[in-house]
Design a protein around this ligand. Structure first.
Ligand SMILES: *Cc1c(COP(=O)(O)O)cnc(C)c1O
Length: 408
């Protein structure tokens, strides 16, 4: 199991880490001579390639999401619309901000269903958080149109889709803020780490302050700290050293995942009773996985079990029904969110069955790895970005064989 970029770690990462060891190991130089830190260089490189006015590196994507919500002033009394299919970190960031997560359906793209979002908008709604799940973009035109019509903010969770694009624009640069992850299982990795993107100088300053004890960007004018209470969510320069080298490999990683993804899809071909998930922008897909939606949930479960994996509905903490924290919070337990003031009555409706369309789709979905192999996320079976043509052909043949067996 690993992310895609992890497979390509090599001389560049090693060289950068050795060089980082000569510095202060943090993003600040503290009076020592030398080049700008790797964290600083990484941020500027991301801004250039993704065409984003501001990038802020953090120690994780969870931190980036929390900093985004803090920067946008989202908190208690606000509702944030989020898909019921996402990694639990998206919902955790909303919960810890004090806002109320409002679960919404996904559609056959396995990303946010904007028709359901529209139905769930209330007078307390403040933001929509689309998640670009399994490397493919959510339908951002529909989401942005809805957000503008209702005066809502948009925070893109692009943790699983670094380098993905929607109509030519980098994911994470379309909404008010976008958040990316560099953890071990993602498109590119530094072990841990994340970053956020925004076009607003004001949002960037607040996010920076939240991530570093209220300081201004680069601690410029340290005595004039921002007025908010910040945390320490900074990226270490050892992480920055690996992150920069990995970011410089992003095109190579995406070319390789797209190649094996297309080869595996071709080896599988068309089979009755299943189809690929719908993609709103196929060329913008990071192609780290290949997802099939079966007509029949029982057959999907049989196929997944035979391949030693699970349907996506059973993947750990990626489906709202596998997040007992939600119901515990709704029933007034402090345990799942110790900093919140009171039980959240708005959260009363979050048990399995709340999102029937999501329940149905995920029970029929089987994901094959074509770059990101993560048993916990439901892509335990598949190929890697460096698999040979023979390995890809064998995996395709095995999938076909299992499907035909399950359908007999
Ligand atoms: C991995 C992931 C996160 C959290 O990323 P970390 O860097 O591990 O904090 C958030 N959202 C989604 C959709 C993810 O897949």
């Amino acid at each position: 199991m690993s992310g895609a970029g992890y497979r390509l770690i090599g001389d560049a990462e090693q060289g950068n880490v050795l060089q980082a060891l000569q510095g202060t190991l943090t993003r600040y130089r503290y009076g020592q001579p030398g080049d700008p830190s790797f964290v600083y260089q990484f941020e500027r490189a991301v801004e250039k390639v993704f065409v984003a006015p501001h990038c802020l590196a953090t120690n994780s994507c969870t931190s980036a999401l929390l900093a985004a919500l803090a920067a946008l002033g989202i908190g208690p009394g606000d509702e944030v619309l989020v898909p019921g299919y996402t990694f639990i970190a998206t919902i955790a960031a909303i919960v810890h901000s004090g806002a109320t997560p409002v679960l919404c359906e996904i559609d056959d793209t396995l990303t946010l269903d904007s028709a359901d979002v529209e139905r769930k908008i209330t007078g307390r709604s403040r933001a929509i958080m689309p998640v670009h799940m399994m490397g493919a973009p959510a339908d951002m035109d529909a989401i942005m149109t809805l957000a503008r019509a209702h005066g809502l903010l948009v925070v893109e969770d692009a943790a699983q889709a670094c380098g993905g694009r929607y109509r030519g624009r980098a994911l994470g640069t379309i909404g008010d803020v976008g958040a990316h992850s560099l953890n071990y299982f993602k498109v590119i990795t530094a072990g841990e780490g994340g970053f956020l993107l925004t076009s607003s100088a004001e949002v960037y300053e607040r996010a920076y302050a939240f991530h570093d004890h209220g300081f201004k960007p680069m601690r410029d004018g340290a005595s004039e700290a921002n007025s908010l209470f910040g945390m320490n969510l900074r990226m270490s320069d050892l992480t920055g050293a690996v992150a920069l080298a990995q970011f410089e490999r992003l095109d190579a990683v995406l070319t390789a995942t797209r190649r094996v993804n297309a080869a595996l899809a071709e080896a599988i071909g068309t089979l009755p009773g299943l189809r690929r998930r719908r993609r709103v922008d196929a060329p913008g897909d990071c192609a780290t996985s290949l997802i099939y939606l079966f007509d029949d949930a029982e057959i999907a479960a049989k196929v997944a079990a035979a391949l030693d994996t699970t349907v996506l509905r059973s993947s750990g903490r990626h489906y709202y029904g596998n997040m007992p924290q939600l119901q515990a919070l709704a029933s007034g337990h402090r345990g799942p969110a110790p900093f919140r003031g009171r039980p959240d009555s708005a959260l009363s409706d979050c048990g399995v069955g709340t999102l029937p369309q999501t329940d149905d789709l995920l029970a029929r979905a089987v994901g094959l790895s074509t770059g990101v192999s993560d048993w916990y996320a439901g892509t335990g079976f598949g190929v890697r970005l460096d698999s040979s043509a023979e390995e890809v052909a064998a995996a395709g043949a095995r999938f076909r064989e299992v499907v035909e067996w399950a359908q007999r």
